[in-house]
Design a binder for this molecule. Structure first.
Ligand SMILES: *C/C=C(C)/C=C/C=C(C)/C=C/C1=C(C)CCCC1(C)C
Length: 241
């Protein structure tokens, strides 16, 4: 096991992937500080949700710290670190849905179904990326299996259990917030499969360089992790007045 040394002198000004790794790291860190401090300003029942928002961006910040250096030092895509991050943060995003909908009657089985779907999505995606033989067949097979998990979460947010629970919630702020999260899952999360298709063997691989996968993932992570947290923050502050 070799230690990776990052020489900041080697960072080039015209390298957008490194740029987004550095800004991504700083944005995640700043967002965590914000959510942790603001936690003191909201009513008791919202404190766990804000804590989870801060944990999501905080876990991402630590992974970005390593991914950024890994990429700057090697020029390679940090697949393992990326998926370790997602394995922790995506289930926490499922937990956010559950915490918001618990007052409306959400059972823990609702949360576990979302988490199971997210694990299927991530394990299949990891096999697709980490064990690629460079073929389109491999990339498409695992991409399709992963999409089954994604579609389950999407369905729950737009038409399924999450939607039904939000409609029966007697809080307008919660209903609006769940709707905002559903949009993040539809639009923000859709950036990931596009990035996946840019990898060698992927459907868009002739349009992108292999390292461009990181541009999509870094952008999507900032939008989704900070965005999710801000939606939760918005609900909590409007309900704490
Ligand atoms: C904070 C990290 C988040 C919200 C990560 C979300 C990741 C996805 C929605 C990934 C989805 C994928 C597919 C739907 C198919 C191709 C493989 C993945 C894993 C990139």
């Amino acid at each position: 096991m070799n230690t990776i040394f990052l020489n900041v002198m080697d960072i080039k000004a015209d390298d957008p992937v490194t740029f987004t790794f550095f800004t991504g790291y700083m944005a995640m860190l700043a967002a965590s500080v914000f959510f942790f401090f603001e936690r003191g300003q909201v009513d008791g029942k919202w404190k766990t949700s804000l804590l989870v928002s801060g944990l999501i961006t905080g876990i991402a910040a630590v992974h970005y710290y390593y991914m950024r250096d890994y990429f700057a030092a090697t020029g390679k895509t940090p697949v393992a670190l990326r998926y370790i991050d997602w394995t922790l943060t995506v289930p926490l995003m499922c937990l956010e849905f559950y915490l918001l909908l618990k007052p409306a009657g959400a059972k823990s089985s609702f949360m576990w179904k979302l988490i199971a779907a997210s694990v299927l999505m991530l394990v299949a995606g990891y096999i697709g990326e980490a064990f690629t033989d460079g073929s389109t067949a491999h990339s498409v097979k695992w991409g399709v299996i992963s999409t089954i998990g994604y579609v389950y979460i999407l369905y729950s947010a737009w038409f399924g259990e999450a939607k039904t629970l939000a409609a029966s919630s007697n809080s307008a702020a919660v209903a609006k917030g769940i709707n905002a999260l559903a949009w993040f899952v539809l639009v923000g999360w859709a950036i990931y499969p596009i990035g996946y298709m840019a990898m060698p063997g992927g459907w868009l691989s002739n349009m992108f360089a292999p390292e461009d996968v990181n541009l999509f993932y870094n952008l999507a992570d900032a939008i989704n992790k900070i965005g999710f947290g801000l939606v939760v923050y918005g609900i909590a502050t409007s309900e704490s007045k």
